[in-house]
Structures are given as structure tokens and as C-alpha cells.
Design a protein around this ligand. Structure first.
Ligand code: ADP
Length: 422
């Protein structure tokens, strides 16, 4: 009897202990696991806590905490993503550094400028940009709390440099939180290039105008000093003056033509040009010039030429420039050929001559403004050096391209490819 009571009591005790454990101990264990999950940012194994009401309340509070945190994380992710989108869309490089010049934020353009892989996520400004001036500028902005500006040069590939304009703006002067600077990197290489081109152009124009002008002035002075020249001499002087005034005129015409072609608002008067008709007309206009230099001429095009969407006046100017060169650089007795043919979706118009040709070293440069193969060549052959840049401009305005082939002493072919469908 005594044994039975003992076992019964033991059983009751165990059951009570188990119930007690389930009600008071186990919920706290669950609550701790839930808290651990939240701290470790793991998905919780168990959310609902059953058992004693206190533990249930703690469980509920933990659950709310978890929801709030994931909501907060989502918002941070969203605002980070939109900040990255905005920064990524910027054409300038941007980096945000803290007081110690550790980079806290950078955009895609900054990575591109300093060749940083996507995997590079941080470091000091000096480590990432490898440029002491950049680091100094940021330090100076943070120290003085004044915006700073400076230009630097970066190597971009072999032999190519680019110029960056930097501005560093400090932030967080009176704030107990982060202090640092925003640094903006603007690539101004293109502006510099345009600026240099403009300066070169002005220098070239002045140089080209100076020669004929000084010759004209010289002869004018001769005539003013001694107007009674022998008739033969007077004629010779007037002829020279005429030649140089023609040259001045050609220069001014070409410069104006180029300026018009380059002006941003230029409009092409596009029409469906009947090429055979245009080419026949041009050959008729040029008969006299060919004959004057005893040149044979040849026109060639297939029967299936489509109508070409082009500005007829400009197209004629283009072909005139090519024919002008072909005649100028040909020897008497040679042939000048004007050809048109279909080439894929384009029409190729080319002018070929059997003249002196162009040395291979000069060939890639002949479309540059004022480029002449032999600058010392005088007389009739001394062109302006602008004809082929005008040709190239007109071709490009039509969405086309230019090509040149030449063999020294044998002849030259200059072609333009103009798209049929625009
Ligand atoms: P230019 O008015 O001097 O002819 P272009 O721009 O038309 O200027 O041509 C640039 C240079 O290219 C010329 O100075 C000449 O040296 C060379 N060139 C152009 N076309 C020919 C050609 N058909 N044959 C030989 N050389 C040519």
C-alpha cells in the first residue's frame, strides 16, 4: 500500500512538473529562440508562443518587433536603390567621403573613371582614386569647411589623357553625426578638345588669309609707288593679283560653306533625287574644265539606281569638290571618271582620276580641315585644304560616309556612301 501511494505521488509530481515546465519554462525558451532568430536575422522557427500569458505577451511584442524591422529594412533597401538609381544616372563621377576620407558612397561613373571593379566596395579615397590631388582636395574641403575646385589629368589608355574638373563640397559642419565631403568629377576633355579645335581653326584661317593678302598688298604698293609700269609688267602684276584675289575668294567661300554645314541648325532640303539626271547635268557643266586640261571624262551608272533621298544642291557641291580635285591633281591626257552604283543599302558615288595620287601616310588625313599633302605646291594646284572636309560634312549630314583609295603616280578614287533609306 505504502509503495502504491509512493508511486502515485511520484507520478502526480512528474505530471505536475511537466505541466509546470510546459506552462512556465518552455514558452520562455521559445521566446529566447525567437529573440535569437531576430538578432541573427534568421527566419523564425516558431512565431506563436503558447503557454503562460506573460510569455505570450513577450512573444507578441517580439513578433511586432520583427515585423517593424523587416519593414524598416525594406524601406532602407528601397531608398538605397533609388539613391543608386539617381547616382547611377549621373554623367559625372561622384564619391561621398567621411572625415577620414573613407569612401562611403560612389556611383558608376566614379568606378568607370578610376577603373574600379564592381567588387570593390570601399576603401579610402587615396586607395580608390590613386590620385594625391583628389585626396588633398577632399581633406582641404573638410578642414576649411569651404568648397574646393581643381582640375586633374588622368591617363586613359595609351597616349590618351582626359581632363577632369573636381569640386569637393563639405557637409556636416555643425552636426554630431557624419562629417565629410561630396566630390564631383566632371570630364571636360571634350570641351577642351572643341576649344583647341576652334583655336586651331582660327589660327589656320588667319594663316591661310595672310599669304594672299600680303602678296596683294605688296603689288598694290609697287603700283602705287610706280604706276607707270611697262605694259607687259603691268599685265603680269595684275594677273598675279587676280590669281590671289581668286584664292582669297575661294578660301572665304569654303570657310563660309564649312561654317554653314557645321552650324547646329542646318537643314537639308531632302528630295528624291534622280541621280542619272543630276550626274549628266554635272558632266555637261564640267565639259569645259575637262577640255581645258585635255582630260577625258567618263560617266558610269547602272540602270537600276534608286532615287536617292538627298539635298540636291549639297550633293552637287559634294561632287563638284571631288571633280575639282580630280582635275587639279591630274596630268593632261588622263581620264576622270564619275561613277554611281548600288552598294547594299547605300549608293556609292565615286570620282576616280589617273593623277599623281596620294602617299599612303597622308591618305588617312586628307579629310581634315586645311590638310594638304604638299603645302609648298603653288599656282593652280594650291587648294584651300577644305574641299574634302566639306565633302565629308555633306556626306555625314546625309547619314553617309567617305572613303579614299590612292596609288602614288597611278591615281586616286574618292567615294561617298549615301544611304538609300533614311
Ligand atoms: P584642296 O583644296 O587642297 O584640294 P582638299 O581638302 O580637297 O583640299 O584635299 C586635301 C588634300 O588631299 C589636297 O591638298 C591634296 O593634297 C589631296 N588630294 C585630294 N584629292 C586628291 C586627288 N584626287 N589626287 C591627289 N591628291 C588629292
Amino acid at each position: 500500500m505504502g509503495w502504491i501511494a509512493f508511486y502515485a505521488l511520484l507520478a502526480i509530481g512528474l505530471i505536475a512538473a511537466f505541466a509546470l515546465w510546459r506552462k512556465w519554462i518552455s514558452p520562455w525558451k521559445d521566446a529566447r529562440e525567437l529573440a535569437d532568430d531576430i538578432v541573427e536575422q534568421r527566419p523564425p522557427r516558431k512565431v506563436l508562443i503558447s503557454g503562460n500569458p506573460e510569455a505570450q505577451l513577450v512573444g507578441l511584442a517580439l513578433e511586432t518587433l520583427m515585423d517593424r524591422r523587416s519593414e524598416l529594412e525594406k524601406r532602407v533597401r528601397e531608398s538605397e536603390a533609388s539613391a543608386q538609381t539617381i547616382l547611377g544616372a549621373m554623367l559625372d563621377g561622384l564619391a561621398v567621403v567621411d572625415e577620414r576620407r573613407t569612401v562611403r558612397l560612389m556611383n558608376r561613373e566614379f568606378r568607370r573613371m578610376f577603373d574600379l571593379a564592381e567588387t570593390v566596395s570601399g576603401g579610402t579615397l587615396l586607395e580608390l582614386a590613386h590620385h594625391p590631388i583628389v585626396d588633398r582636395l577632399a581633406a582641404e574641403a573638410i578642414r576649411s569647411q569651404e568648397p574646393q575646385r581643381e582640375s586633374i589629368e588622368l591617363a586613359r589608355g595609351p597616349g590618351e589623357r582626359r581632363e577632369l574638373e573636381l569640386s569637393a563640397v563639405p557637409f556636416g559642419e555643425n552636426s554630431a553625426e557624419m562629417k565629410g565631403a561630396v566630390i564631383l568629377f566632371r570630364d571636360v576633355s571634350h570641351f577642351r578638345k572643341v576649344e583647341t579645335m576652334r583655336r586651331d581653326f582660327v589660327a589656320n584661317v588667319s594663316h591661310e588669309l595672310r599669304t594672299p593678302l600680303s602678296i596683294l598688298r605688296g603689288y598694290l604698293e609697287t603700283l602705287l609707288d610706280d604706276p607707270d609700269q611697262p605694259p607687259g609688267e603691268l599685265r603680269r602684276i595684275l594677273e598675279i593679283m587676280e590669281r590671289h584675289s581668286n584664292r582669297l575668294n575661294a578660301l572665304v567661300e569654303d570657310i563660309l560653306s564649312l561654317a554653314r554645314l557645321e552650324s547646329p541648325g542646318i537643314e537639308l532640303h531632302l528630295a528624291e533625287v534622280d541621280l542619272p539626271e543630276l550626274l549628266h547635268g554635272i558632266m555637261r557643266d564640267w565639259e569645259k574644265r575637262f577640255a581645258a586640261k585635255q582630260l577625258k571624262s567618263h560617266l558610269n551608272f547602272p540602270g537600276n539606281l534608286p532615287r536617292l533621298p538627298a539635298d540636291a544642291t549639297r550633293l552637287q557641291e559634294l561632287i563638284y569638290n571631288l571633280l575639282d580635285n580630280a582635275v587639279k591633281y591630274s596630268k593632261p591626257g588622263g581620264t576622270v571618271s564619275l561613277r554611281a552604283e548600288l552598294a547594299g543599302n547605300s549608293v556609292r558615288i565615286s570620282v576616280a582620276d589617273q593623277g599623281q595620287g596620294i602617299p599612303p601616310g597622308d591618305l588617312p588625313r586628307i579629310f581634315e580641315r586645311f590638310y594638304r599633302v604638299d603645302k609648298s605646291r603653288g599656282g593652280e594646284q594650291s587648294g584651300t585644304g577644305l574641299g574634302l572636309s566639306i565633302v565629308k560634312h555633306i556626306a555625314q549630314l546625309h547619314g553617309g560616309t567617305v572613303e579614299a583609295e590612292s596609288e602614288l603616280g597611278k591615281g586616286t578614287t574618292i567615294s561617298v556612301l549615301l544611304p538609300v533609306a533614311r
